[in-house]
Design a protein around this ligand. Structure first.
Ligand code: BES
Ligand code: ZN
Ligand code: ZN
Length: 504
């Protein structure tokens, strides 16, 4: 979206498509009668007759009626007005965004009042309209040749509201920043693995750093060898692509203290290595860098909104391949932390690269850490494809995080990590840890393994194996990369900034 226009007058709703939110009993909305009369039609009768639906997310399209300031009208049912929340607004606008993409509309007008209630202001509507429309209308460009059809994308949004125009504009822009970052993360997840190599990911991160003024370090194979990053190097051993540890620093304060670390799994392709994936299970493993995409997406938002919180992002990127040089089950490797690891399964590679990335983050000053990864099939067995699994060692940190996830509507569910689980991760005849204690509850072993490297820092682990890549269209977008956790990570950093300020 390129342009946002704020108008106060209902008669100024010039656009290709007019979007009308219709909650139950719309006649109770202040201004509804005047609104209906601007169309010179029996809008309220249509609602009564059920031609225009009030059920949540039900869309009815109509050609223009009455005056000709717009070509088409799109009614979106909102259900009970009092049960509208930011999350429901976002969903409703995403549904509208999907429809608009099909309609190939480039300009829309929205009267904000029907979307509000005693908790939701016009600014809330503005930011969720931006977020929802932009997320819902997302489409991955792809690489098809021969199509002359030009994609029309939404370009101008006019909001009709009496609220302060500047505040509305700002709220809308924040929504856009969030959604654009999610869409960029979706692009990364959707890119094929021959094009998105570790080096390409580093190039993308360089671009982000240049755009936002982040400090950036990219460690290649040689630097990793010098530092002794034996875990990520082991995973990379069978590959012809160089591994990359991508480090972005966003310094909000003069001193580099109270730093939150965002650590992402950036496996650009996971064949499983010698513990080879079955042929059907391998397809889709281009998305095994969803954690990296989430972290880069969050950094994109942080770079725009510039919260008062120091952040270090660390992405461990390589593919997991097979060759005469590849690592294998029974190998024992030494991680950056000095801890030794018995490799029982080369397909449990995510926890290995994260081990070194978390250790690096800690050595570089992180005082708390969130790691994000498409780590285990186990989380899908436990929670399905619509919930992110979490582990933590810190109740207060997790509470802050959960508030953020409720705000963004990204569902997260915590699993336990017990002393018994840790015992099993530490059980090995030859090394300090093993990378695959068993398949029973193995989401916990995957995340718990990463936890072995965080020490006393407050830590949250997020397993997005189920939520990062959607098999079919969902509430906020099409099938493919979802950009899950981009918005929650950015929100939690913003919240941490506010809490730190409050404690000063
Ligand atoms: N990348 C996979 C996890 C995954 C599964 C992501 C499905 C997305 C969708 C990960 O590296 C993996 O293979 N995990 C193994 C761990 C096992 C060997 C202990 C798994 O979950 O089966
Ligand atoms: Zn794997
Ligand atoms: Zn993997």
């Amino acid at each position: 979206m390129k342009q946002i226009i704020i108008e106060q007058n209902l008669n100024e709703m010039k656009a290709e498509v007019l979007i009308i939110g219709v909650p139950e009993h719309p006649e109770n909305i202040e201004g509804w009668d005047q609104f209906a009369s601007t169309f010179n039609t029996k809008l309220s009768d249509w609602v009564k007759a059920g031609d225009v639906k009030t059920a949540f997310k039900q869309i009815v399209r109509m050609p223009s009626f009455g005056e000709q300031l717009y070509d088409r009208v799109l009614f979106i049912g909102l259900g009970a007005r009092k049960s509208l929340t930011e999350d429901r607004l976002r969903q409703a606008f995403a549904a509208v965004g999907k429809e608009l993409a099909q309609m190939k509309a480039s300009s829309v007008a929205i009267w904000t009042t029907p979307f509000t209630n005693d908790k939701l202001t016009c600014e809330d509507v503005a930011s969720q309209a931006a977020e929802g429309l932009c997320l819902g209308s997302y489409k991955f460009e792809g690489y098809k040749t021969g199509s002359n059809e030009q994609d029309v994308s939404l370009d101008t949004v006019t909001l009709i509201s009496l609220a302060d125009a500047q505040l509305l504009k700002e709220a809308f822009e924040v929504g856009q920043i969030y959604a654009n970052a999610v869409n960029e993360a979706r692009n990364l997840v959707n890119m094929p693995p021959n094009l998105l190599t570790a080096k390409e990911m580093a190039t993308y991160a360089q671009g982000l750093a240049a755009k936002h003024g982040f400090e950036i370090d990219v460690l290649g194979k040689k630097e990793m060898e010098e530092l002794g990053m034996g875990a990520i190097l082991a995973v990379n051993q069978g590959s012809v692509e160089e591994p990359q540890l991508i480090v972005l620093k966003y310094a909000a304060t003069d001193t580099w203290e109270d730093v939150v670390g965002l650590v992402g799994k950036g496996i650009t392709y996971d064949t499983g290595g010698y513990s080879l994936k079955p042929r059907d299970g391998m397809v889709g493993m281009k998305g095994d860098m969803g954690g990296a995409a989430a972290v880069l997406g969050a950094m994109n938002i942080i770079g725009e909104l510039r919260p008062e919180k120091n952040v270090i992002a660390v992405i461990a990127s390589t593919d997991n391949m097979i060759s005469g040089e590849a690592f294998k089950p029974d190998d024992v490797i030494t991680s950056l932390s000095g801890k030794t690891i018995e490799v029982l399964n080369t397909d449990a590679e995510g926890r290995l690269v994260l081990a070194d990335a978390v250790t690096y983050a800690k050595q570089a000053g992180a005082t708390s850490v969130i790691d994000v990864a498409t780590l285990t099939g186990g989380v899908i067995v436990a929670l399905g494809n619509d919930k992110t699994g979490a582990l933590t060692n810190d109740e207060a940190f997790f509470e802050t995080f959960m508030h953020a996830s409720v705000e963004t509507g990204e569902f997260v569910w915590r699993l336990p990590l017990t002393e018994n689980d840790k015992k099993r991760i530490r059980k090995s005849d030859v090394a300090d840890l093993n990378n695959s204690p068993g398949r029973d509850g193995h989401m916990i072993f995957g995340g718990g393994f990463v936890g072995e490297f965080v020490g006393d820092m407050p830590w949250i682990h997020l397993d997005i194996a189920g939520t990062s890549d959607a098999a079919s269209a969902h509430d906020l977008g099409p099938k493919g990369g979802t950009g899950v956790m981009v918005r929650t990570l950015a929100t939690v950093v913003t919240r941490m900034a506010n809490t730190d300020l409050a404690n000063e």
